[in-house]
Every structure is written in C-alpha cells, then in structure tokens.
Design a protein around this ligand. Structure first.
Ligand code: FPP
Length: 258
C-alpha cells in the first residue's frame, strides 16, 4: 500500500509504504578499492581502475531496474589529503570515464549531475564535467549524480552561507525558513532524498556523505569490495530494501491510520 500525506510531525510530503517501498534514489559509498588492490598484490590505482568498471556495471543495472537517481561518492573533500599521485590518478580516471561513457550516457538516457565544491577541481576537470552535464541534460532515464570534492558538512555550510546572503539581500524571510527551503539551498536542491544508501567493503559509517539528505534513508552494508560488486550484489541489496518498512519516525498504528 502507498499513501502520500503531509505529516503532522514533519513539513515534508512523505510516501509511506507498508511494504515494497519505492526506490527513486539510490546512493552508494564505493569503498574498498585500495583493499582490493592490496589483496591482488597491485598498486592502489589498479583498485580504482577496477572501481570505474564497477561504476559502469552499476549504472547499467540501475537503468535496467528503472531507478531514477543514482548518487556515487566518487571523491570526498577529505580525499584531497591523499598522496598526490593517487589524487592525480583519480582525476585522470574521472576524465577517462567522462570521455569513454559520454556517448553511452546519451544512448541510454543517462543525465550527469555533479555535486560538491567544484571550485577545488582543476580547470580541465571542471570543464569536462560541465560539458557532459550540458550534453546529457535531456537524459530522462537515470540521473547519475557524482559527488566530487564533496563533504556533507561542507555542503551544509555552503547552503547556510547562501541562506544568510539571501536574507541579507532581503530575498529570504528567515522566519519562513523550514526544512524544505533549506534543502533547496543544498547542492541536491532539486533531487529527491536517497531512499537506500549502500556502502561496500564492510565499513559501517556515513563518512560525511549526504548527511542532511540521508535522515530517513535505509542503509545497507556489504562486505563485498567495490571492484568486486556486481549486478547480482546490487539486486540482493534491492531485495533487502524491498522488505523494509519505512516509518519516517511514526508508529505502526499511525501508519495504519493514514
Ligand atoms: C574508496 O576506496 C574509493 C574512493 C576514495 C574513490 C572512488 C573512486 C572510484 C570508484 C573511481 C573513480 C570514479 C569515477 C566515477 C570515475 P578506498 O581507496 O578508500 O579503498 P580502501 O578503503 O580499501 O583503501
């Protein structure tokens, strides 16, 4: 059963599912590339290369599954602190990914969006991202959101600054600021909140990913390392999610009443 209602307790429109909840937005923390490389006696960058192949597989499977939004944590604000060689390798892989997948995205109706503090990325990376975002803007099947130079706290801080500026400019009445208005100032302003968040590699933490947006996300953790994660692993996670009952802070009795 699916019921839309405006909760008395939150100022958000909720879709409460008593079973088989809808999955519009899947978010993934792709973890374990380094450990995969170590396990196979290869340099860390080899793990990241295999990680990109997993990205391609997972995007394909999401299109097949009819998932409308896929967010991938590709490079965190903290990842800037990694050795220079590794940062450079990740940026090269990103450029190769954009060049090799551009046509495929267009063919499959995949739209690229990027979130994060993009000002820290190099000019060539920024312009490649902007180009592919523009080219794929009409993609209607799946929106692929790459979180790059992204941190949840940083995003919330940047939103708070924009809100303060807007109030100073007289464009925003601070007394009318609510969850919905605040969300609109985040990088994900026009993107629905994640329904399911998967983290690979056995680590059980959020690591500053989509902090605000994941308030009511369901979490799924798997020991599989990201380079080994395949369509079958994704389907197992989706099956697990479909058995969940999403309560959004309400009680079973209240859910039966709506
Ligand atoms: C975590 O593994 C992964 C990352 C920090 C980067 C993820 C990047 C990719 C999958 C490739 C680039 C992506 C795109 C979209 C082109 P880790 O290095 O922290 O692994 P470890 O915890 O085992 O060391």
């Amino acid at each position: 059963m699916e019921v839309d209602f405006i909760s008395k307790f939150m100022d958000t429109k909720l879709t409460v599912m008593t079973n088989n909840p809808p999955l519009d937005h899947l978010a993934i923390i792709m973890d374990g590339n380094g450990r995969w490389a170590q396990k196979h006696g290869q340099p860390r960058v080899a793990g990241h290369q295999r990680g990109v192949e997993t990205v391609v597989r997972v995007v394909d499977e999401c299109v097949l599954q009819g998932i409308r939004f896929l967010s991938l944590f590709a490079f965190s604000s903290e990842n800037w602190g990694r050795p220079r060689d590794e940062v450079d390798a990740l940026m090269s892989l990103l450029l190769q990914f954009l060049a090799s997948q551009r046509q495929r995205m267009l063919d499959d109706g995949v739209r690229l969006r990027v979130i994060g503090d993009l000002s820290r990325l190099s000019v060539p990376v920024q312009s490649a991202l902007v180009d592919v975002e523009k080219e794929t803007a009409t993609g209607r099947n799946l929106t692929l959101i790459l979180a790059l130079s992204y941190g949840g706290r940083d995003e919330i801080m940047r939103a708070a600054k924009k809100i303060a500026q807007s109030a100073l400019d007289g464009d925003l009445d601070i007394n009318k600021l609510d969850n919905k208005t605040f969300s609109g100032f985040l990088d994900t302003g026009d993107i629905p909140e994640p329904d399911l968040l998967i983290r690979t590699s056995g680590e059980i933490r959020l690591s500053n990913f989509l902090l605000w947006q994941s308030a009511y996300a369901e979490f799924y953790f798997t020991d599989v390392l990201w380079p080994d994660f395949d369509a079958a692993d994704l389907r197992i996670a989706l099956e697990d999610y479909r058995k969940r009952k999403r309560r959004f802070g309400l009680t079973d009795d209240q859910l039966e009443d709506v």
